[in-house]
Design a protein around this ligand. Sequence first.
Ligand SMILES: NC(=O)c1ccc[n+]([C@@H]2O[C@H](COP(=O)([O-])OP(=O)(O)OC[C@H]3O[C@@H](n4cnc5c(N)ncnc54)[C@H](O)[C@@H]3O)[C@@H](O)[C@H]2O)c1
Length: 370
Amino acid sequence: MSAPTTNESGTLRAGVIGLGWAGQQHMDAYAQLDGVELVALAGLEPDKLALLGDQYGVPPERRFGDWSELVAADCVDVVSVATPNNLHAPVTVAALDAGLHVLSEKPMADTGAAAQTMVDAARRNSQVLDITFNHRRRGDVQALKQVVASGVLGDIYYAKAGWLRKEGIPGLGSWFTQQSASGGGPLMDIGVHMLDMALFLLGEPDVTSATASTYAEFGPRGQGASAYGPWAKTDGATPDFDVEDLATAFLRLGGGGTLLLESSWAQWIPYDQCYVTLYGTEGGASIEWGGFPATYRKLGIWTQKDGVPAELTPYVPEDGQHLQAVTDFVSAVRAGANVEHDGSEALARARVVDACYASAAQRQEISLGS
Ligand SMILES: NC(=O)c1ccc[n+]([C@@H]2O[C@H](COP(=O)([O-])OP(=O)(O)OC[C@H]3O[C@@H](n4cnc5c(N)ncnc54)[C@H](O)[C@@H]3O)[C@@H](O)[C@H]2O)c1
């Protein structure tokens, strides 16, 4: 275990690289935590840098353009990486090698190989590396996790997880829709949240093989752009779009289970549809949410008690989301828990995503080993 990192006063100095929606969630979280000071920001938009720097009281000399300037400035103990996906690995490896602990946004990286370099750097430097899977910190997911752990559902042999957007390509032509910057479309962007949620609920089974198909039916025609959020709708007829806008996968799990995973940015459906469904020998459960944007959320658990069909209504705690992800990261840093927090769980997800893209390209099942 490495010693907890703090400055002389015991305060953890935090930096955030990336000024978009995601980076701002990390800024908000650090600003709320006791014993943590947000002291540095980096991002390519000077106006936003000035605005956010003022908002969070970051001194002008610690507002950087390129990420490398922040890492080289030796002014933080921990850093969040909320840049386009292809920068997660190079920024994280450089930051870990500079002695910082890192919380990277999801997806871990644009490829499994890049994700592996992040884990290697965390281990080499005995530093904490966490990846922000905020959805698993939601109250309904935490409640269902407890139900699964109690054994009420018996052996879960089948699961389905999906996030299908009606009209939600995040900026046609933005880095999200360009393979070289994002590494992929909705599977990389939102499918990975559902993969994480499902594997978390299932108790981290190995994924032994993947069979997947991908499609790009909306983006290349300039259709399906997000109608909400910070990403402006564009009307470009030939947008930069060389990723999928729908991915579907059949994943075999160690122990014989199966997980179906689907994700899309645009579909002819009435509203966004998101779900995780678990099928066990003694009970079943599902979390569903949807609408446009989310207008409903349902947690259902079905089993039997003494031969009588029963529905459980567990206590659902408040959502954790980004604040909880940042809190957990800071706790791991303070505890010096770099062995349990070396990014390896997220690497397993990155390898599954890789296998799905390889399967789709080769139109055959891809083995992930044992
Ligand atoms: N966990 C979640 O729920 C969630 C939600 C949205 C996005 N994300 C992830 O967060 C990341 C960022 O997404 P976003 O929507 O905020 O993107 P964005 O495009 O709004 O912001 C990206 C930021 O990265 C900065 N950046 C790019 N190159 C840089 C460089 N060389 N040096 C310093 N900064 C640089 C840009 O200036 C910009 O401020 C992505 O990986 C995305 O997948 C996660």
